[in-house]
Design a protein around this ligand. Structure first.
Ligand code: FES
Length: 571
């Protein structure tokens, strides 16, 4: 073990070393300081983050592994974000969580960190923090929950809420029965069981090399999660001894591997902003175009909701994530390393598919091309995303008149108005939902369809928004439109009745109007007045400094690394 960072606090016989050791004895053995790696367990367990509430138990198993390998474990509760609970949207707080974790890792005598996350924003925030600090770090994903059933049918968290609520609005399901399904939706500890953002980010973290290979996707109730946590505890001590940092592991090649994985699993569009933000912390060159260039020709192999049929415990039973990666091994960069120091590809040869309905072999994909497409045009000069796998094929090339909503509230107030001039060819546009406009870029892009069209049997329409979409959602939704309306993007000048042309094959998104006519337009009143104007606290800092979706929605002063050194102290 070389010189440890924590020795700056603990070594020597002066007054400061005395203070640092004395207060941290806590009943630990005398030799718990000098020469012993101090390992933080950044723990997002919280009763207000139900998907992560079991992480205290996971932390106990990580601790055992750390002690066993000669390290000293230190539980470090960090900001936790419950996706379904946090207002106005969990994404507003992702950067705050990342910043707080980064600063606490820097401020404290720690040599390495185990990152315990699960619910959507928690793994991204932890990875952003660890990437900036640059001490050895490894993720333990908390794992998906067991599948619940309603009337004998498996329920996909999120995806089936959207489906059932649309059935209520369409008159096919009574509200009473819908309410009955509530107690069947969440059956156990763990995060959402669809290929939503939490599942996606757990698997993507493993593709990046930041998880013990084979652990991501292990169900939260599975004892293998606890044994994997124990092993991870041992591993982080070894990583500290070897000086294996995120800077060594998170190379451009790792991110490109993550993009391949994202496409093969049919992962959430939210992974785009999270991966861009993590790369931004490391100075790794990554752009939204990489997602299209590298990912869009990758076949969809995982038959999970919302793109397919099954759920996360099916994926685990069918062979797990490594067996998916094995099918696309030739597309992966072989030099990209994992937390073990071995390349990711070295873990793939033994992986097997046990159920080819859930994990499709390369020769029989669910879709031949599955990744995220990046659109550009006079409506989205900075780019916009669409996930063709979750869209209706007949709408991927579409021309229709815009029906514009200035805010979520405006949309809710008018969407079901029987007099709203809308039909199945209309293009629903929702603005004011970007990083600055809302603020926090909420998951609202998959706006509900007008009731009168649902009653006619319409189940999908083209929708365009500067916000995000839940990873559990589906539909022909163009999202992350950049620049957003509140940042002066053309979305602010589009008017109801404008003809909109979407062409996913050619990657374009345009308002059909003369450039001169568009140049002469004023933004809508709402956009001209500005959207959010927070006067204090985090929201104000956020609105003043948040970047657009095409670079990951981080704060401008948080990109890049801070490093582990903090030389001053007050004693
Ligand atoms: Fe936590 Fe879905 S609400 S993962």
């Amino acid at each position: 073990m070389g010189e440890l960072r924590s020795s700056q606090w603990y070594s020597g016989n002066d007054r400061n070393a005395y203070i640092h050791r004395a207060w941290m004895r806590r009943g630990t053995p005398e030799d718990s300081f000098e020469g012993k790696p101090q390992i933080a367990i950044a723990n997002t367990a919280s009763d207000l983050t139900p998907c992560n509430a079991h992480l205290d138990e996971v932390a106990q198993h990580v601790k055992m592994g750390i002690w066993e390998a000669g390290g000293v474990p230190l539980n470090m509760p960090v900001v936790s974000l419950g996706e379904t609970q946090v207002r106005p949207t969990a994404m507003l707080w992702r950067n705050m969580s990342a910043m707080a974790t980064e600063e606490m890792l820097r401020a404290n005598p720690v040599d390495g960190v185990v990152l315990l996350g699960g619910c959507d924003k928690t793994i991204p925030a932890l990875l952003m923090a660890a990437a900036s600090v640059g001490i050895p770090a490894v993720v333990v994903p908390g794992g998906p929950m067991a599948t619940g059933t309603f009337r004998g049918q498996a329920l996909g968290c999120g995806t089936d809420v959207w489906r059932l609520s649309e059935e209520v609005r369409g008159g096919e399901l009574s509200n009473r029965d819908f309410m009955k399904s509530e107690s069947s939706m969440i059956r156990s500890r763990g995060h959402c069981n669809t290929m939503g953002t939490a599942s996606t980010m757990a698997l993507v973290a493993e593709a990046l090399g930041m998880v013990l290979p084979g652990l991501a996707g292990t169900p939260a109730v599975d004892s293998n999660l606890l044994s994997g946590s124990h092993e991870t505890g041992r591993l982080i001590v070894e990583m500290v001894a070897q000086g294996r940092t995120p800077q060594e592991l998170l190379t451009r090649e790792s991110f490109l591997n993550a993009i391949v994985a994202l496409a093969a699993i049919g992962g959430s569009t939210n992974a785009v902003v999270h991966l861009l933000a993590i790369a931004g912390r490391l100075g790794v060159e990554l752009s939204i175009d990489d997602f299209d260039r590298v990912g869009s020709s990758v076949p969809l192999l995982v038959n999970l909701q919302p793109s397919g049929r099954y759920l996360m415990d099916d994926l685990h039973r069918a062979g797990g994530f490594l067996s998916v990666l094995r099918e696309v091994k030739d597309l992966l960069h072989p030099e990209a390393l994992t937390v073990t120091g071995e390349p990711l590809v070295s873990y793939l040869d033994d992986a097997r598919i046990w159920d080819e309905e859930v994990i499709r072999p390369r020769g029989n994909p669910l879709l031949p091309e599955a990744g995220i497409a990046i659109l550009r045009g006079n409506l989205a000069p900075g780019g916009a995303l669409i996930k063709p796998a979750a869209a209706s094929p007949h709408l991927l090339e579409h021309r229709g008149p815009a029906v514009v909503f200035d805010s979520i509230e405006d949309m809710h107030a008018r969407i079901d108005d029987p007099d709203l001039d809308v039909d199945e060819n209309s293009v629903l546009i929702l603005r004011g939902c970007g990083p600055k406009g809302y603020p926090g870029m909420p998951e609202v892009s998959n706006m509900p369809l007008p009731k009168k069209l649902l009653a006619k049997g319409v189940r999908d329409m083209v929708r365009i928004c500067d916000g995000r979409m839940s990873g559990t959602a589906y539909g022909t939704v163009v999202l992350h439109v950049t620049p957003e309306a509140a940042a002066g993007g053309p979305l602010a000048i589009v008017r109801t009745g404008d003809m909109i042309r979407l062409d996913v094959v050619n990657r374009t998104l345009d308002i059909e109007a003369e450039p001169k006519e568009l140049a002469g337009r004023r933004p809508s009143d709402a956009a001209a007045e500005g959207y959010a104007k927070p006067v204090r606290g985090w929201e104000r800092l956020y609105v003043d400094h948040v970047l657009q979706a095409d670079t990951g929605v981080d704060l401008d002063f948080l990109t890049g690394a801070s490093g582990p050194e903090v030389s001053r102290e007050s004693h």
